[in-house]
Design a protein around this ligand. Sequence first.
Ligand code: PLP
Length: 235
Amino acid sequence: MNPTDTQHNDKTRLAQVQSVLADDLKAAGRAPGACSLIVVSKTQSAERLAPLVQGQPLALGENYLSGAWPKIKALGNVCEWHFIGAIQSNKTADIAEHFDWVHTLDRLKIARRLNDQRPAGAKALKVLIQVNLDDEPQKAGCHPSELPELAAQIAALPNLELKGLMSIPKPNADDPGQPHRKLAQCLADLQAAHPGMTELSMGMSADMTAAVAAGATRVRIGTAIFGPRPPKDTR
Ligand SMILES: *Cc1c(COP(=O)(O)O)cnc(C)c1O
């Protein structure tokens, strides 16, 4: 495929995903725009993304700082940057400086570092707490029972704005919406204490419809737009 075909296909598939999202919202009886798209651009080059974001500023999701770097340099001001990867403590300064949102906060130590390293004068960094719904040992995220305490601690940090919850649930073949409803319930349980927590970041290419039906406000979509990524290179 030559580059022009790739660009054409990216635009076409992005438009298709946006239209499926609009249909999913309608089918769920939700308002248009109640859930928005995060284009997961990890592994895609700045050159490939540039024509896609031209004329339509996008929210882009990146999970490795080194991979995100050239793109932020090239497309920085146009796009909104969402960090969706595992956070190592030696990377928090760069994340705090260059991203608008962090979806994968799951411990206080990292929250404090992001708070302390957010540049003076910048708007508060919008953060979501990642929840490990099924208590899978290999997965990041805090346990649902830890949420009230962690949310209270994060909410007290002035340079972070706690916006909601995120998860990467284990697929449930019998009932695809089950994990998403569980995350929605976790959020509902926090809202009395944290009325500003309104965001649910859940739903990827394979489970977008189920996530939207359960109340997702942000879906994170890569494969459905760009096609499959090379195996093992989630960087
Ligand atoms: C890669 C990734 C996605 C996108 O997944 P697709 O299946 O390609 O849509 C969403 N969320 C996170 C956290 C990811 O790492």
